[in-house]
Design a protein around this ligand. Structure first.
Ligand SMILES: C[S@@+](CC[C@H](N)C(=O)[O-])C[C@H]1O[C@@H](n2cnc3c(N)ncnc32)[C@H](O)[C@@H]1O
Length: 223
């Protein structure tokens, strides 16, 4: 499995802070309270462990499975937990897997979280991937998504211009550095709705450029 993001693992946090300050951290953590009832949580594409650390600190009962295709990122995340919250490590399972091909247990998790992860995939991969992730959620389960909004969905011309410029720069950079499969940002909402999920909460940041959204999986027969 190619470790596309591995070479960025050490620089990732610094790069992010240089470009966005604490914006992405605020978005990742904005809706954490919506997962408070969850005992079993799957994080896909966790990255360097900052979101994981917040989750473990906030949800002291939860068992968290962390799936990432990068050994570099997983190593950073593991070190971060060992250094900052060593007692919580027993509650974490580390999965070095490709989310596109890894089998996931059916109706197993109370919650899943994808922060700045769905933006990695082009449209033709997003459908099957979101369907698989959704199947792994229990009915009534929550899916926390934090990501960049697609520029065309933003309300003002200025916001669209700002977003279009930054998104183009980010995709150029990440495609050169990580062999990112996506060429541009695809809004995941239609795919999540097609999986029987409904949005229950949304927080927007910097004029809607970045958002955190919680989706809920319907129970069978629920309209
Ligand atoms: C853009 S980074 C986001 C990291 C972090 N979640 C954040 O909020 O910044 C994407 C993460 O997804 C992982 N990733 C990319 N493609 C993947 C795949 N097919 N399967 C599993 N993980 C993948 C990368 O290794 C990286 O850690």
């Amino acid at each position: 499995m190619a470790d596309g993001f591995g070479r960025l693992a050490y620089a990732y946090e610094g790069l992010e802070r240089t470009v966005f300050g604490d914006l992405l951290t605020r978005a990742r953590n904005a809706c954490l309270c919506a997962l408070e009832e969850a005992d079993t949580i799957l994080i896909l594409g966790e990255g360097d462990g900052r979101f994981l650390l917040s989750l473990l600190a906030r949800l002291p009962r939860a068992h968290v499975t962390v799936l990432d295709s990068s050994t570099g990122m997983l190593g950073r995340a593991q070190k971060r937990v060992q250094a900052r919250l060593p007692d919580a490590e027993a509650r974490v399972s580390w999965w070095h897997r490709d989310a596109l091909t890894a089998p996931l247990p059916s109706a197993h998790y109370d919650a899943v979280a994808t922060a700045f992860f769905l933006d990695v995939f082009p449209e033709e991969m997003l459908g099957p991937l979101t369907a698989k992730i959704s199947r792994s959620l229990k009915p009534g389960g929550r899916w926390l998504v934090a990501d960049f909004a697609a520029p065309h969905t933003l309300p003002t011309r200025r916001a669209r211009l700002y977003s279009r410029t930054l998104v183009a720069l980010m995709y150029t950079f990440f495609r050169a550095q990580t062999a990112l499969p996506a060429k541009t940002l695809v809004p995941p909402e239609p795919f999540l709705r097609a999986c029987g999920l409904e949005p229950v909460r949304r927080e927007s940041f910097r004029g809607g450029f970045v958002y955190a959204q919680v989706w809920r999986k319907a129970f069978e027969g629920e309209s």
